[in-house]
Design a protein around this ligand. Sequence first.
Ligand code: AVI
Length: 323
Amino acid sequence: MNVHTPSAAHKAKPIVAKDSSFALDAIEGLTHEPKRLSPKYFYDDAGSDLFEQITRLPEYYPTRTELGILTERAAEIAAAIPKNAALVEFGAGATTKVRLLLASAPIKAYVPVDISGDFVAAQADALRADFPQLDVHPVHADFTQAFTLPDAVRDLPKVGFFPGSTLGNFEPHEAARFMRQAAELLGRGATMIVGVDLEKDERVLHAAYNDAAGVTAKFNLNLLVRMNRELGANFDLSSFVHRAIYNREQHRIEMHLISRKAQAVRVCGRTFHFRAGESIHTENSYKFTPDRFRALAQGAGWSEIGRWSDARGLFAVIALRAI
Ligand code: AVI
C-alpha cells in the first residue's frame, strides 16, 4: 500500500486507461478473497475535500490533538531540531503543521516531498512568501519509494517530518520499510518527528470513524463513485454501506464497504459478484502503544529522543534519532 498525505490539491483525473495502476489495483483487489482496495485511492478531489471535513469533525480527535501538541509543546519540540536544519516533509498536506515548526525551530531549508508536483510547487510558493529567509526545495516524488534529496541540502543536518498518523495507514511491514528508507535517506544522526495515533478506549475510536454526520461514510463510499467515474464501473451506492470496526488483536480500525445484497457489478469491463454482507476492505488505521511504536522505530534504525502527548493520551508527537 502506498499512502500519501492527504491534500485537497490532487487534481481531478480524466477517465483512466484500463491498464492504469488504479484499474489494475481495482481488478486485483476485487478479485482478491476477501475483496480489498487501497486507501491511496481515497484522495481524488472529492475524497481530499471529504478528508478535510473529517479533520474538523467533533469525533475525529487526531488532527486537532496533534495540532494542540505541536502548538503547546513547540519550544520542546524545537529543541530536538538542530540549528540550520533541512526539514524534509514526507507528503505535503496542508501547511498548518509545518508552519508551527518553522515558526519555532531554527530551520534553514524546507523540502516538501509529494507525488503531486503542482501541489508541492504551490505549497512551496506560499511558504516562501511567509518565510522569506527559508530556502524551499520541493521534490516531486512518491515518498514511499527511494528518492534523492536536493544537492542544496546535502551538507545540512536533516530532520524528517511525518505528521498526521499517516504511518498508521501502512501495513506493519510497510511502516518498517518506510522508516528504514527514511533513516537511509536522512543519514546517521538525523532527527525524525512523527505523529502517532495511540491505542485508546474503543468507543473513542469507533466514534472517530463512524461520525454522526456520516462524513466518513461518504469518504469511504467515494471510492465507488471514483470507480464509476474513472473505471466505467456501475456501483449502485445505495446498495453498499460504510462500516468501521476496531480489530483489537491487530490494533487497528478497519474500514469496509458492505454489500447490502447479492449483486453483480461491472468494473473495467469485467463482472464482480458480491454476496449479501460481503465486504470490500478499504483501509486499516493502526493504533500504537508507545512501546510498540518504539519497537517499530528501533527495528528500523531509530531511537526515541522525545515524546509529547495530550492530557488524555490520545495522540503522540515522537522525536527519533537515526542510529
Ligand atoms: C489519513 N489517515 C491518517 C486517516 C486515518 O485516521 O487513518 C484517514 C481516515 N480514514 C478515515 N478517517 C480518516
